[in-house]
Design a protein around this ligand. Structure first.
Ligand code: NAD
Length: 247
């Protein structure tokens, strides 16, 4: 059985890491980008989420972000997030590398979380660099569009997420690749594995000798590299694995 096999592999691991994507937060009510109910069946990503589009028309970006941000800020971790935190607590997982910007791994109790695409929980002034909580900016979006910095007199604010066309955070990317290359197991959860360089991490891990487990609702382009592939909901599959490990 695949769930049993995944539990057996993780129970014997010493340096396992998880790589997560939007799918792990789907059961918390946050829409994914791709996949069956993905947002990009409705929006063009480059038009909505690129740095060029943001700078050209920040009000349009912030209007879309207002609704999406409200969903993410109100979301609670689901049993999938909790299962990964339990694995870390039991010493079966070294870290979670995530493409998500929702902060739900930390909310579930995961301690070492590498955010490859930044965090949607804060915003930053593009002029003076001052940061403030996203929740505070979100609260004034109905009277201020686009929202402006209160520190330097009205310059543009941007969520601290990596938009298309922006560089990846160097330290987080290096840490993620170092963890993948040292990992004896890579557990890939809820990601379509089409966004790079995140999609290179499983390959880097497997090339360095890691065993790979995939838990995803739909097939990914890297399933053939995995020893175990489970096509299911992470909020159901991960707790089953945890209970079999006894974490
Ligand atoms: P993606 O949207 O490209 O793919 C999500 C994958 O999750 C799909 O393959 C889908 O089949 C799978 N999935 C859906 N529901 C699932 C469930 N319940 N259990 C297991 N799998 C499930 O996501 P991605 O690969 O992370 O790439 C999207 C990019 O968009 C990322 O870079 C991320 O930064 C950003 N994003 C973040 C969030 C978030 O923070 N929650 C949400 C949407 C997009």
């Amino acid at each position: 059985m695949t769930v049993e096999r995944a539990a057996e592999i993780l129970a014997g691991s010493r340096t396992a890491v998880a790589l997560t994507g939007a799918g792990i937060s789907a059961e918390s009510g946050i829409p994914t980008f791709r996949g069956q109910d993905g947002l990009w069946r409705k929006f063009d990503p480059v038009k909505v989420s690129s740095i060029d589009a943001f700078l050209e028309d920040p009000a349009t970006y912030w209007t879309a972000a207002r609704d999406r941000g409200n969903i993410a800020l109100a979301a609670r971790p689901n049993p999938g997030h909790a299962a990964l935190a339990a694995m870390e607590g039991a010493g079966r997982l070294v870290a979670v590398i995530t493409q998500n910007t929702d902060g739900l791994h930390q909310a579930a109790g995961s301690k070492r979380v590498i955010e490859l695409h930044g965090s949607g929980r804060t915003v930053e002034c593009l002029h003076c660099g001052r940061r403030e909580p996203r929740s505070e900016v979100q609260a004034r979006l109905h009277v201020e569009m686009p929202p402006l910095c209160r520190g330097c007199g009205g310059r543009l604010l941007k969520p601290t997420v990596v938009l298309f066309g922006e560089p990846m955070p160097v330290a987080a990317t290096q840490e993620a690749f170092a963890l993948a290359e040292q990992a004896d197991v890579i557990l890939v959860v809820g990601t379509s594995l089409v966004v790079y360089p995140a999609a290179d991490l499983p390959l880097a891990a497997v090339r360095s000798g890691a065993r790979m487990i995939v838990v995803n609702a739909e097939p990914t382009p890297f399933d053939r590299l995995a020893e175990v592939v489970i096509h299911g909901r992470s909020g159901e599959v991960l707790p089953e694995i945890v209970s079999l490990i006894g974490a």
